[in-house]
Design a protein around this ligand. Structure first.
Ligand code: 5GP
Ligand code: ZN
Length: 113
């Protein structure tokens, strides 16, 4: 059994509110939403963070950014949304499995740092 939280969610060992799944990608609602819509989009393969993306494994990132607008449309985020990936401690990353937050459903604050 993996000790990675998101690997366990992908495997169904920990329940989640799934919004999308294909052969490479899994997406589910954040347990502590910071906006009316807050979804996490993750590769099924364990990549720790953005710094773990390589020429060999980056096809999944292309797939993730293909799926993100599909999810946004399905969620009715036609007036906009934000995509965020925290990489490492200075960015406040808390789960060491690459993930992209989709945040929307309200006017988001503009601060970037
Ligand atoms: P990070 O802070 O690493 O960028 O984002 C991790 C996110 O995972 C946080 O927004 C947090 O609320 C979410 N999260 C942590 N544990 C769980 C969980 O067990 N289930 C779900 N659905 N989200 C989680
Ligand atoms: Zn993992």
């Amino acid at each position: 059994m993996s000790d990675c939280l998101f690997c366990r969610i992908i495997a169904g060992e920990i329940p989640s509110a799934k919004v999308y799944e294909d052969d490479l990608v899994f997406a589910f609602r954040d347990i502590a939403p910071q906006a009316p819509t807050h979804i996490l989009v993750v590769p099924k393969a364990h990549i720790p963070d953005c710094s773990g993306i390589t020429r060999e494994n980056s096809a999944v990132v292309s797939r993730i950014f293909t799926v993100i607008p599909e999810i946004a449309r399905a969620e009715g985020l036609e007036t906009g949304y934000r995509v965020v990936s925290n990489c490492g401690p200075d960015a406040g990353q808390t789960v060491k499995h690459l993930h992209f937050h989709i945040l929307g459903g309200k006017q988001l604050a503009l601060e970037m740092a």
